[in-house]
Ligand binder design. Sequence first.
Ligand SMILES: Cc1cc2nc3c(=O)[nH]c(=O)nc-3n(C[C@H](O)[C@H](O)[C@H](O)COP(=O)(O)OP(=O)(O)OC[C@H]3O[C@@H](n4cnc5c(N)ncnc54)[C@H](O)[C@@H]3O)c2cc1C
Length: 667
Amino acid sequence: MALVESSINLEVGKVNPDLQKERDGASFNPNDMTLVLLGGPKRAQHRREVVRQLFSDPVFNQEMRYSQSKTERYDQAMHQSIRLAEYMIEKGWTDKEMQTAAVALHYDLATAVHAVMFVPTILRLATPEQQAEWLPQAASFKMIGTYAQTELGHGTNLKALETTATYDRSSECFIMNTPLPSGMKWWPGGLGKSTTHALVTANLIVDGQSHGFQVFLVQLRDVETFEELPGIEVGDIGPRISVSVTDNGYLIMRNVKIPRNNMLSKYCTVTSEGKFLRQEGTAKSNYGTMMMVRASIVDLAFQNTSQAVTIATRYGAVRRQSELKPGAKEPQIIDFVTQQYKLIPNIALAYGLHFTKEYMLSYYHQVFEEEIQKGVYDSVPELHSQSCGLKAYCTDLSMDTVEVCRRSCGGHGFMMASGLCSLLMDGLGSVTYEGENTVLYLQTARFLMKNYAAAMQGGRTARSLAFLTANHPTCELLDVFNLPQLQAVFDVRAKFMLECGAVRMSESLKNGRQQYEAWNENSVELVRASKAYLDSFTAVNFMKRVSTLDIKPELKDVLMKLCRLHALHRIVSSAEEFLQSMAINTKQLEDIRSAEIKLLASLRPDAVALVDSFDYHDQTLNSALGRYDGNVYEKMYDLTKRNPMNEQSVHPAIHKYLKPFQAKARL
Ligand SMILES: Cc1cc2nc3c(=O)[nH]c(=O)nc-3n(C[C@H](O)[C@H](O)[C@H](O)COP(=O)(O)OP(=O)(O)OC[C@H]3O[C@@H](n4cnc5c(N)ncnc54)[C@H](O)[C@@H]3O)c2cc1C
């Protein structure tokens, strides 16, 4: 074993010679790039220490995860959750350290929703007194919670949720009910088996009058015995496409009484006399949790994408197959240009997503931690629209990438041991939860249409839509590597797509359609407009961020290539829209395609170094194909030997069914 201080994988065995050759031939030091991505040596070192410590503990060993039954996985996920809680107490791990650990474990913890939704919602919507009462219990896991909003009948349309919280003045309690069958809560993570409490979204009713949806803390189970409390029925909703163990559950409440104090009351409250009081800012603060979670899903999309390209690129360097030069040694599969076309634009995308999530998280911070504190709400609509749109756009692209990477590994990509199947299966939820992606694109489209109308009337637009009033000549792409020219091309296409949406809407309205009919009739075009805006935003953000980085020249050089490749690849992927908008002409499209292939060749020698820079621990990747040392076949054989199916050389089913049948047949 060799010690590699500059990698998160501290102890590395003998490295596969092909992979070593790739590392030796790179134009930059991956450790330098890691420091850029992670925000400096201190942060990178700290992350490495936390993750190394985590994986030196056998409780967090992921190796046999794919061979475990669901019950075994649940057992490990609960064990991991509790061990992390112990780390908090014994090692004094902070929230940030816990988050680093959870990310390294893909949030595959029995208490993931507790950390991601339950505690943050209490922090955002509960009064200081409620927080003082509940948060210590949540921290010590005396109270383990989930966030129960979605119902069997409705998820997207929150106004149609059926759960009620009816105020009973005589007992000063709320009476909770989930009308059956469609009103039962369905999907909340951890609800099935792991939680004692839930934050339940319910329609507040006082004296027969509805006061809209509020959030209530409901105890589900006895905290000592974990048995369900009277009036409560909870359980796991059943098998899902997922390797992750989160026990998504259902909840039925039949006349469950909860104290008046259990309504989260930072902004709204019900007095003991039954008077409903609302403070300013309720709606915006509710949005806050959603925006925060969506911003963190953009980060998740980056994680999934960068892990998938790490696995597939390392494997592409190690795997030798077929013939390239007649009679020569089999080439590394990454030397096939078609293979490079699967991998390298997706490496570029992963870097693009890195800068997108940086933007998203910092914009969220700026608006919620700074502007709103000063009473400035101007940026909220743009942040809301971008958090919806970027959540959808980034998770869509990320899932496409994971699948491309999986296929790029041939047959072995179909094995769980590749690590790519679980990235795909677990990642797929991200296109649905926290807002189904189409619905989110349409949310963004509403904001875009408003801004488009404002721009056309000479009014102000949101910051990210300044291109609507810029005057770009068409077909000005003289040099396909010139960043300002590429930015202009994206702007022209986005503006055109917004215009298409707006024109179609206005034609429908002119033809006598109601607003809602026009919206539905043109929704396909409106989703296209959203995607064009988001495509433009991410590509331009990538180019701008890289252009302003003050870093070593060799790092800058490779990042410039990546952001150019990303831009060119996005143009090729939606070529018809760029042509239709006359942002480019057919000759320029040809030039772009050639330039894309040239960039592949130029980035090829750095492919492995670029993915090494993401600095993933082998246990996080949990992939025989994407190991840091590249010893793919050895690891696959090792895992196969430990596969529970191979524990006995003759399976009992042979003796149970085949042998009796053969014996009978002989008679
Ligand atoms: C893995 C996973 C984990 C989850 N975890 C939680 C959790 O912890 N807590 C919780 O409360 N919920 C959770 N959910 C539920 C999730 O938030 C909802 O499933 C999600 O919001 C989508 O809502 P829906 O199921 O009602 O989809 P639907 O709205 O029924 O969507 C079905 C189809 O209808 C279309 N559609 C719906 N409305 C419109 C519209 N207005 N315009 C155009 N098309 C439309 C959609 O585009 C989609 O194609 C989870 C879901 C998953 C998959």
